[in-house]
Design a binder for this molecule. Sequence first.
Ligand SMILES: [Zn+2]
Length: 396
Amino acid sequence: MIVLKNCRLIPYLTDGYSNPTADIFIDGKHIQGIYPCGTQSCEDAECYDLNGKTVIPGYFDLHAHLMFTNQNWEYLMHRSESTYVMDSAAYAKTYLKLGYTTIRDAGNDYYASVTVRDNINSGVLTGARVITSGKILTPTTRGNSSFGTLYKEIDGADAMLKACREECAAGVDFIKYMCTGAMLNLGGVPGQIVTTPEELRAIVAAAEGLGTYVAAHCHGTLGIKEAIKAGVRTIEHASYMDEECVELILKRGNDICTVPTFAVAYSLVSELSGPVVPEFKSKTEDGIAHMAQGIHLCQAAGITIGFGTDLDMENAAKYPGIEFQARASYGVDNETILKQATIESAKILRMDDKLGTICVGKLADLVVVDGAPDEDISCMMKYPAMVWKEGVLFRD
Ligand SMILES: [Zn+2]
């Protein structure tokens, strides 16, 4: 048994317990009990006195790329396949240290993230829990070669089933599909739709037939609308949302979620890694401003909004909490940000029965924060004091 004594809790991130302080008992991988401080004996247990530090659920990054080591495109394009896999493992470990106990990889080459996921699950590697797609499936369009062989071109409704079967045979958890151009592809036009309604319907049906779903890369409004109509599970980036997009989601019964990704755009716009290719900078400047409007539209309508960074490992490590900071700087309130990073994202992955809040019976994915993020989100901009994943303390 492990006991975290004298924890400060945030009521809206805790289920079935309403005091603002507690001792948390962890048995194996799970939370065994949450009790008022000092009311339960912790003899024979491994005890950690947190002295009033805040404990919140492990964070989710629903849009990461484990291969995205830094913003040095020369390096990214010319490393060997084995380095690519090792870099992906390092990413998962770095994100765990940052407090992300679950990350969803939205596109990788060589099925590197499948290997990393399996080796983390078997205990060979230490890192965040990985949920992963494989190659990024895309219609033929400009810029697809910007990341070597990361993109796999498929055209026409008939080709979708085979492509999805190939991805699933390689062990992926979900399908990533490009609906619009990309910010970070040379020549890619983010506002432009690159697929057809027929192709979208076919890929959604193929994915669902294989027991999974489509996460659709969507910046432009038309792409978002067609993706919603076809029934994808998540709208990635969701940059140019308008009221009609929101209505379409609500009309479907609100079963589609958005995953905005502020951190990467924020890092490029602020030139955190030095000068940025001018084409990338102007596209992201426009994109992030609209993404911020979209998040408020969706929030007001009650649409589930996830937490995604899309960020490279080097900047994530250098600027902890950058996604929290970016959302706050665009006017999202602390409670909403903290829920998006935890329970809302858990719902999107349909893992909210075992993750996303601090609750007896759920997995002990816990982050100990020095400060009160519900009152002042800036305490998220440093490394957590402790990170627990499934009852195991992360040690560097
Ligand atoms: Zn991405």
